[in-house]
Write a protein that binds this ligand. Structure first.
Ligand code: GTP
Ligand code: MG
Length: 417
């Protein structure tokens, strides 16, 4: 009988129930298994020992049934993916990318968590959980779903990360210390910056919503340029990550805006990581992948233009509403988590408006996405057209800023007063 790992994929079938294979001498829990091995299956695990556990640093005696499954997953993975080797200097490759020092330090911390072997580490990193913060702040169900780790392992990792980060109750003074790291990115308009309390705030999600041609996309372009400026000039000396769901990103505009600020447009373009999202699933995936790029590429602003567009066009009709709202909610929480983990990262999204036929007084235009988005975004700005190049921004919701309005212009040079 050939060894399991030598049989090609076409010869395999999906596992329905976890079983112990006396031929391989190990548990098979999920993914593909080999038809020929079914005859060796023992569905009820009657306490037989897993013998090929040499590579595990964990003490098996401490583990319950679910943990045994986790353990077996680790064995399987290490077996089937023998080509995954960690370099001696611990500087390892994920895909094509060599991790930089900052990321490396975060990964090192994850590696030191109790029970994290190479297989677990690889799964975590592949799913974007490359720091203690990302593990501590993510609900267990999401970590489990995305990394494929078992529930007990996940809970243990979260607990250990929380302990290491000292997460729990803290004094308001500590919160204030944390908020001191919050920075601002200038929008290019002094008035709009004032409305925002000094520019786009980092460490939270800001939403710009309004009708078409009100300047949402222009503001997004400008922030990608301005974030690269020095701190004295209103930037954060960082790079931008742009997720375009509508196909309206224009490098030409970036060049115009860069030249207006005497910046080398080639450098500016190079410092914008761009992702075109073709559907809502792709959009969700891009944000999950973005988690790995933030430190590595020194990303200080993430743009999603627009947040809801794909969801709206893909989920049509009342029957799909609950599902759609749930997906948007979890997507927004992915963004909010990134903001929590990285206090120096600004996250800005755009949103369309829809007309509410039952509003007789006041503004009949409402941001799409309903309450999910309204509660999710930390700061909300409503944009409307003014005279000519002028646009009016209205602060609709912010935990610490007064309501108010600002007038700015969209010119060839970008956003200005
Ligand atoms: P939708 O994505 O359609 O919902 O609109 P939006 O709010 O994203 O609009 P966008 O930011 O694309 O703004 C478009 C407006 O920007 C246009 O109406 C133009 O007036 C203005 N604009 C874009 N490029 C230039 C330019 O080079 N010079 C000037 N003066 N205005 C520009
Ligand atoms: Mg737009």
């Amino acid at each position: 009988m050939a060894k399991a790992s030598e049989i090609k994929n076409e010869d395999s079938i999906e596992i329905v129930e976890a079983y112990y294979c006396t031929e391989c001498k190990r548990n098979h829990t999920k993914g593909k298994i080999y038809k020929e091995h079914l005859q060796f299956a023992k569905i009820e695990n009657d306490g037989e020992e897993i013998t090929e556990d040499d590579e595990l640093e964990l003490n098996k005696d401490d583990y319950s049934e679910q943990e045994e499954i986790d353990l077996a997953e680790e064995i399987e993975d290490t077996d089937l993916e023998e080509d995954i080797e960690f370099e001696e200097d611990d500087d390892f490759d994920i895909g094509e990318k060599i991790l930089n020092d900052d990321v490396q330090n975060c990964v090192e911390a994850v590696k030191k968590l109790p029970g994290v072997g190479e297989a677990t580490l690889k799964k975590l990193i592949k799913a974007g959980f490359n720091s203690l913060e990302s593990i501590a702040y993510t609900p267990p169900s999401i970590i489990q779903e995305e990394s494929g780790l078992g529930d007990k392992t996940t809970v243990r990792l979260i607990k250990a990360s929380m302990e290491k980060l000292n997460i729990g109750f803290k004094s308001a003074e500590d919160v204030w210390e944390h908020r001191k790291n919050i920075a601002r990115i200038s929008t290019g308009s002094q008035e709009l910056d004032d409305l925002l309390g000094g520019g786009l705030e980092t460490g939270c999600v800001t939403e710009f919503f309004g009708e078409f041609r009100t300047g949402k996309t222009q503001i997004m372009h400008q922030l990608c340029v301005n974030v690269q400026l020095s701190r004295e000039k209103g930037g954060l000396e960082g790079n931008a990550l742009y997720i375009d769901t509508e196909g309206t990103f224009r490098p030409e505009r970036i060049i115009q805006m860069s030249e207006a600020l005497d910046l080398d447009h080639k450098k500016v373009l190079k410092n914008i990581v761009f992702g075109r999202a073709y559907n809502s699933d792709h959009q969700i995936l891009l944000i999950k992948e973005a988690a790995n790029l933030i430190k590595e590429r020194n990303i200080k602003v993430i743009v999603v233009d627009s947040l809801i567009g794909h969801f709206r066009s893909e989920y049509i009709g009342r029957g799909t509403l609950a599902n759609r709202q749930q997906l948007i909610n979890s997507h927004l929480h992915d963004l909010l988590r990134l903001a929590d983990i990285h206090p120096e990262l600004g996250i800005v999204v755009t949103n369309q408006v829809q007309s509410k036929p039952d509003v007789f007084y006041g503004n009949p235009l409402q941001a799409t996405g309903g309450n999910v988005v309204a509660h999710g975004s930390t700061i909300r700005i409503y944009l409307r057209k003014g005279k000519g190049e002028q646009r009016v921004a209205k602060m609709v919701d912010a935990p610490h800023l007064p309501e108010g309005e600002a007038v700015f212009s969209i010119t060839e040079n970008g956003i200005s007063d």
